[in-house]
Ligand binder design. Structure first.
Ligand code: LHQ
Length: 267
């Protein structure tokens, strides 16, 4: 994949690991339509690039993302206009969040600072959340009279359980990284200064694993959440055929039997 220049993203590649940085630090990387469209484009490209086997998503400055960019609403609201937010959602987050969750590569959110509103949803759509000890989290939606969107009604209760999800959504208190860890909102908390090193080490580890099996695992988990147990097991059997057809499956089994370290190619 040729990496182009983006207006509100910085994208770079180190070996099989791609890093995407949200880049509008003056607004704590609030998700403008431009940033959302650019993220859609880059995640599609990285997801289908066979050379990319893990992706790190982070933010420039002291924010990961403060959610929707509210500045765009000032002018129409001052004029008394009431824009249909559903159009904005369907064209933006409703494409981005499933794309992130269904990316057939492991995606790590390296949460460097403020995470609010739809920024929480973006983090939840990633597979791992590594938080800096300087990160803070707020659902924020209720404070501006909205409901959690960008997939939060689905992803948040599945991540922290219904009771905590409701508490986080209704009160929208700002919680620190340690509290987020205790809630299960993030996988681990690391010192701010070593966030990218820790996220990079996790990405390197994931990039050496059988990438196709990781993609299929993600898809099977997502599908299972809307199936019965028996249906999910039927689906497992079908998807297992796809996993078993990969070179990495043969390599994994042969390496085990030959008592050596496997070398996976991601195919
Ligand atoms: C921002 C933002 C921001 C623009 C900070 N936008 N500039 C919503 C509507 C439309 C469609 C449907 O979907 C949605 C979904 C949503 O995401 S709703 C939730 C939207 N997000 C928020 O309501 C959060 C708003 N931000 C805040 O409450 C605070 O900024 C937090 C608590 C996140 C961080 O507070 P501080 O650390 O004290 O930072 P700050 O407030 O000083 O912000 C720094 C700058 O970033 C500031 O600009 P300035 O020019 O004064 O330095 C803010 O205006 C700007 N900023 N969030 N979402």
């Amino acid at each position: 994949m040729a990496i182009r220049t983006y207006e509100q993203l910085i994208v770079d590649r180190r070996g099989a690991v791609a890093t995407v940085r949200l880049n509008n630090p003056d607004r704590l990387n609030a998700l403008s339509p431009t940033m959302t469209a650019e993220l859609l484009e880059v995640m599609e490209a990285l997801g289908s690039d066979p050379e990319v086997r893990a992706i790190v998503l982070t933010g420039e400055g002291r924010g990961f993302s403060a959610g929707a960019d509210l500045s765009a609403l000032q002018e129409p609201y001052m004029k008394g206009e009431r824009p249909r937010l559903s159009f904005f959602l369907k064209e933006g987050y409703n494409k981005l969040i499933p794309l992130l969750a269904e990316t057939p590569k492991p995606v790590i959110a390296a949460l460097n600072g403020v995470v609010a509103g739809a920024g929480v949803s973006v983090a939840l759509a990633c597979d791992f959340r590594v938080a800096s000890d300087a990160a803070s989290f707020s659902m924020a939606f209720v404070k501006i009279g909205l409901i959690p969107d960008a997939g939060s009604t689905y992803l948040l209760p599945r991540t922290v359980g219904m009771a905590k999800a409701l508490e986080l959504a209704l009160l929208s208190d700002r919680v620190d990284a340690e509290t987020a860890l205790a809630l299960g909102l993030v996988n681990r908390v690391v010192p701010a200064g070593s966030l990218m090193e820790e996220a990079g080490a996790l990405a390197d580890r994931l990039a050496e694993l059988p990438t196709a099996a990781i993609g299929l695992t993600k898809r099977a988990f997502l599908e299972a959440s809307r199936l019965t147990l028996s249906e999910a097991m039927d689906r497992e059997a079908e998807v297992q055929d796809q996993a078993a057809a990969t070179d990495d499956h043969i390599e994994g089994v042969m390496a085990f039997l030959e008592k050596r370290r496997p070398v996976f190619k991601g195919r």
